[in-house]
Ligand binder design. Structure first.
Ligand SMILES: [Zn+2]
Ligand SMILES: [Zn+2]
Length: 176
């Protein structure tokens, strides 16, 4: 976590965007929470609280995705994708044997379609985590990637920890 908070602010940004690099990587004050916002923290109007390294507010999990749960969100996408693809492909393969007159094939196609959609999201979040980016900061970091010096392995371990087994288990792993 320390590495996330010791980013040097870039004061050259002139975009004036709320999510500009200079706004994001300085300490700011949240008038809604009445508290200091550490770098990369954003206020979520739905949760009505500040979230560190906020990625987005997810209505499906009913919470913000950020510093301490981006790994769990990534696992959620991975296992939802695998489950849906397994269900969809299994139903399609066994369609005629299971129910010649039913809608088994349609359910199979829906499973594959949803599995592929979640799969695209999973790939997108894998790329974000490899770059130490968040969805909110993506536009700004695309123009000025202040994490370009950081290796994929370093970025990954900031969110997933050192222990490779924990990368795939819903267990909190140091340093977050
Ligand atoms: Zn706040
Ligand atoms: Zn939220």
């Amino acid at each position: 976590m320390l590495a996330l908070l010791t980013v040097q602010p870039d004061n050259n940004s002139t975009t004036g965007n709320y999510f500009s690099i200079e706004n994001t990587y300085n300490y700011r004050f949240c008038y809604k929470c009445q508290g200091i916002k550490p770098p990369r923290t954003h206020h979520c109007s739905i949760c009505n609280e500040c979230t560190m390294k906020m990625d987005h507010h997810c209505p499906w999990v009913g919470n913000c995705v950020g510093l301490r749960n981006h790994k769990f969100f990534w696992q959620f996408l991975l296992y939802a994708m695998l489950g849906l693809l397994h269900e969809g492909i299994s139903l399609k393969i066994n369609e005629s044997r299971l129910s010649p007159a039913g809608n088994i094939g349609l359910w199979g196609l829906m499973g594959i379609a949803f599995g592929c959609t979640i799969g695209f999201m999973w790939i997108f979040h894998t790329i974000l985590l490899c770059k130490n980016w968040s969805s909110l900061e993506m536009a700004e970091l695309g123009k000025n990637d202040i994490f370009a010096h950081q290796s994929v392995s370093e970025s990954w371990k900031q969110a997933f920890g050192e222990n490779r087994i924990y990368w795939f288990l819903p267990i909190r792993s140091p340093p977050v």
